[in-house]
Design a binder for this molecule. Structure first.
Ligand code: KE4
Length: 425
């Protein structure tokens, strides 16, 4: 019988010095009504908590772990790098090397800047879009998450769907009045906004696969439509590929769906698990960034030599073995089938959305193609699903509105074991 005593003790102690005992809210397991397990170490497809419990991990630190945890070759390169110094605050060859690799993988990123988090990448990309177009308004989609910068912590205003109001305390109303909210996969909601505000809109920012309301795939033609309407109104299209970058394919979602944005943000995989994110795009647009242009952006640890080392090695390993994308998609499909079969056996409604190595199951009658569908899922049922998986040694997202991530390190045997546990519900 598993015990979680040490995690419970650490959680109580942590709450004395860290809000909610965690450094990011989802980690508190509030949505699934459990005590968070404190992790001691991780290797490959497994994480191990402080009580010695072993889990097959499908969170993978929310995306970076596509190769599995503590990949030997990445660790080896990072170990060498740390002896050369942890940070210089000065340019290094590695930043150039990583930027070249990213440009080769994602040709639309002709010029790019490294920062330390996805939030910072998105915040900066939006500032570039505003600086380049000299327009203030931005469009995001309900249910998409792009980090915690003030102008993006919004929800639909009471007045109308399109007007935004802060979705967090501490964000002045004035910080959100230039943020417009459309509905993912709903072209009309986008058309209405552009017909009313088009000439004032600097950009659309979108997750090409929405992976922060569970996993919601772009319906046929939706991404192409966003490309067309931004071209039509002289607005920029920003793909937030913090999750999909190097995840859906080595060229990200823009390669997978063959739609090219003006700007792209990357995170997670690009840093190999270290604090690293990137924003970039067309040269002409990115040339507004200081010191070339008037859009200011800076960072002490930007392009950090240890983080770039982890990123370079991770991309080298992916690039040298592009077959892994088919391999991990096949493993993910096995899990998807097990979830559907479990629903059939229990006679309960289950919807499973899967693309590449991203997966999510919802407990609802209706297909999940948008925010409304995602939020129709039975959250109590998700909570019992989460508890069943955790207590059987399978670590999945402690929230319905996240993704399940499969890695190269997940073996066929582990996938089969996971399927068996899914079917035991
Ligand atoms: P960070 O600032 O957390 O590095 O990245 C923000 C971000 C930006 N864009 C997308 C599409 C993202 O998914 C994220 C962050 N992802 C969440 C998980 N859904 C991070 C986990 C957390 O918040 O603890």
């Amino acid at each position: 019988m598993r015990t979680y005593k040490t995690s419970e003790q650490l959680f109580e102690q942590s709450k004395n010095v860290i809000p909610g005992g965690v450094n990011s809210p989802v980690r508190a397991f509030l949505a699934v009504k459990r005590t968070p397990v404190f992790i001691h170490h991780a290797k490959g497809s497994h994480i191990y908590d402080v009580d010695g419990n072993d889990y097959i991990d499908y969170v993978g630190s929310w995306g970076p772990g596509i190769l599995g945890h503590a990949h030997e070759e990445v660790i080896e390169e990072v170990q060498k790098a740390v002896y050369d110094g942890l940070t210089f605050g000065a340019p290094t060859k590695k930043e150039y090397q990583l930027a070249e690799m990213i440009h080769e993988a994602i040709p639309s990123m002709e010029l790019m800047r490294m920062v330390s988090s996805g939030t910072e990448a998105v915040m900066s990309a939006i500032r570039v879009a505003r600086g380049y177009t000299k327009r203030d308004m931005i469009v995001k989609f309900k249910g998409c998450y792009h980090g915690h910068s003030d102008g993006l912590l919004v929800k639909a205003g009471s007045a109308a769907l399109t007007s935004a109001v802060p979705d967090s305390a501490g964000v002045p109303r004035s910080y959100t009045e230039n943020t417009l909210i459309a509905l993912y996969n709903d072209k009309d909601s986008v058309r209405e906004i552009f017909e009313q505000y088009g000439e004032k809109i600097a950009c659309i920012i979108v997750e090409p696969v929405a992976a922060n309301m569970g996993v919601v795939l772009p319906q046929d033609g939706f991404l192409e439509f966003l490309r067309e309407i931004t071209n039509q109104y002289g607005s920029l299209l920003i793909f937030d590929e913090v999750i999909t970058g190097f995840r859906l394919s080595y060229g990200g979602a823009q390669q997978y769906y063959k739609v090219t944005p003006d700007l792209t943000t990357l995170g997670k995989i690009v840093g190999g698990g270290m604090p690293m994110a990137v924003y970039g795009g067309k040269r002409e647009i990115m040339e507004v960034v200081s010191p070339l242009g008037g859009v200011y952006q800076a960072g002490t640890l930007s392009g950090n030599p240890v983080a770039t080392t982890a990123g370079i090695k991770t991309l080298e390993l992916l690039k040298s073995n592009l077959g892994i994308y088919d391999e991990i998609e096949e493993k993910t499909r096995c899990l998807a089938e097990a979830m559907k079969e479990a629903g059939r056996r229990k006679g309960e409604p289950v919807q499973v959305n899967q693309v590449g190595s991203l997966l999510c199951c919802y407990f609802t009658e209706q297909q999940v193609n948008d925010y409304q569908g995602a939020t129709s899922s039975d959250l109590d049922r998700y909570t019992s699903y989460f508890g069943h998986m955790l207590d059987h040694g399978i670590y999945i997202a402690p929230s319905q509105f996240e993704a399940m991530f499969v890695s190269l390190a997940h073996t066929k045997e582990e996938i089969q074991k996971t399927c068996d546990i899914i079917l035991q519900q």
